[in-house]
Design a protein around this ligand. Structure first.
Ligand SMILES: [Zn+2]
Length: 182
């Protein structure tokens, strides 16, 4: 009898003292997160299989490209790859007419350059949806005038929200949907 009680109490102690197995949600890696975004090719009608990987292509001054060039006829619709918020719409020497957009959690930045035009009325602070029209393919900035294309760059958001100086990531594996205006 004593022996039985002892065993019972030992079992109870073991049960109550055992650490509860609780797996805290593991923060998604950049790759996991980007895959979950289900990104769209940002040019109307272009399939993922049609993209050419120009991410590591050399550029002037010994730089690497660190972005994708998506060739299309001038005026072809440029679409947002993801839901998000417009950070900046501006004109710069190299990129020409450009747009910076953050994903909903502001973890990544999507940069669109050489636009012929921005979508009329679009402004910083506006929310956008994946597949939403944001501009058109062009040759503004330093793009060759006979090769209209979208220069698209994916970056991790820079520290302190410096969206213009984030760390580039090759977007090719994450652009899984055909460009299709919503
Ligand atoms: Zn480019």
């Amino acid at each position: 009898m004593h022996r039985r009680l002892l065993i019972l109490s030992l079992l109870l102690t073991a049960a109550c003292g055992a650490p509860r197995v609780e797996s805290a949600p593991r923060p998604a890696t950049d790759a996991d997160y980007l895959r979950s975004r289900d990104l769209m090719v940002p040019v109307q009608g272009v399939k993922p299989s049609e993209l050419r990987d120009t991410y590591n292509a050399p550029r002037s001054g010994g730089r690497a490209h660190l972005a994708l060039d998506i060739l299309a006829k001038k005026g072809t619709r440029v679409l947002s790859v993801d839901d998000g918020v417009i950070l900046r719409i501006t004109d710069n020497e190299l990129g020409g007419k450009v747009i910076y957009i953050a994903d909903p959690s502001r973890r990544f930045v999507y940069y669109y350059a050489h636009l012929d035009e921005w979508k009329y009325g679009l402004k910083a602070g506006d929310k956008v949806k994946r597949g939403q029209l944001i501009g058109s393919v062009g040759t503004t900035g330093n793009a060759p005038k006979d090769t209209p294309h979208l220069h698209f760059q994916l970056m991790r958001m820079g520290s302190g929200g410096r969206y213009w100086s984030g760390t580039p990531i090759n977007p090719i594996p994450y652009l899984t949907r055909t460009g299709d205006e919503r």
